[in-house]
Ligand binder design. Structure first.
Ligand code: IPD
Ligand code: CA
Ligand code: CA
Length: 266
């Protein structure tokens, strides 16, 4: 038995309520790496999501950020980021989300990105559109960089790995209307779908960061792909680009040009 969009929405809302409770109180924070944090809220949210999925859809596979791969039978796969924006959350910065996606045979069918503080649930079902409440989502119409508000992010190893997105950022920040770094990849994609920002790219993300958000963008009339244009992001680390189709093409050209210049050593 497969879930419906309302089921995924209920899961995301349930996890979001847990995050809201933790956000208001004192928090235990641990380090996964030098700057990569995990809080008790991440763990509690993930435990809730895994428990509910197993109880209602037993035997289905799950890929969850904090506990990894849970193998299952059949073609179904859940992709769970229990708290996207942990750094913001741990600092009391109110920009974070829950991301839950459901895929069959490697194709994402349902996706919800939920912002528990604003109580905004961005929902998409393949072929049926993307929605924020009763409002159908549509990507922005900007087709030039100077008319575009862009958003990006930086990997956790930005201080130690020279492949850290600063070259793309430097190139695009001076050519666009503005650039934002919000700190939740799932919300960045949801905001592209809602037309709140025009374009988004980021390197070295994981499937649980982007599975729901990329479906939102696609169902809102946009293009969401790997930086090289390939559509599939469910197999391991991925660098992604999302925008309306015209801006997506333009951003790809700019990013390719920056990469070519770096590779030529000029
Ligand atoms: C992070 C956020 C952030 C992005 C990082 C992600 P997390 O996810 O989405 O915006 O820049 O690359 O890892 O760790 O808060 O779930
Ligand atoms: Ca994440
Ligand atoms: Ca997370």
């Amino acid at each position: 038995m497969y879930p419906e969009l309302n089921d995924v929405l209920a899961l995301a809302r349930g996890a979001g309520a847990i995050l809201r409770d933790f956000y208001e109180g004192p928090l235990t924070v641990e380090h996964k790496g030098a700057v990569d944090l995990v809080t008790e809220a991440d763990k509690a949210s993930e435990a809730y999501l895994l428990g509910e999925i197993r109880r209602r859809w037993p035997g289905q596979a799950i890929l969850a950020e904090e506990s990894g791969v849970h193998t299952g039978e059949g073609e179904a796969l859940w992709l769970v980021d229990p708290l996207d924006g942990t750094t913001n959350f741990a600092h009391g910065l109110p920009i974070f989300s829950v991301s839950v996606a459901f895929a069959v045979g490697g194709v994402v069918q349902l996706g919800v990105v939920y912002d528990p503080l604003r109580e905004e649930a961005f929902c998409a079902a393949r072929g049926a559109g993307a929605w924020l409440g009763a409002r159908r989502l549509q990507v922005g119409a900007a087709s030039t960089l100077v008319d575009s508000l862009l958003v990006t992010g930086f990997p956790y190893d930005q201080g130690s790995n020279p492949d850290n997105n600063l070259d793309y950022f430097e190139h695009l920040v001076v050519r666009s209307r503005g650039m934002r770094r919000l700190g939740s990849a799932a919300l960045d994609l949801a905001y592209v779908a809602a037309g709140r920002v025009d374009g988004y790219w980021e390197i070295r993300l994981q499937p649980w960061d982007v599975a729901a958000g990329m479906l939102l963008v696609a169902e809102a009339g946009g293009l969401a792909t790997r930086l090289n244009g390939e559509p599939d992001v469910l197999r391991g680390p991925c660098s992604v680009l999302a925008a309306n189709p015209a801006l997506h093409g333009l951003l790809r050209q700019e990013i390719d040009a920056v990469r070519a210049q770096a590779e030529s050593g000029v």
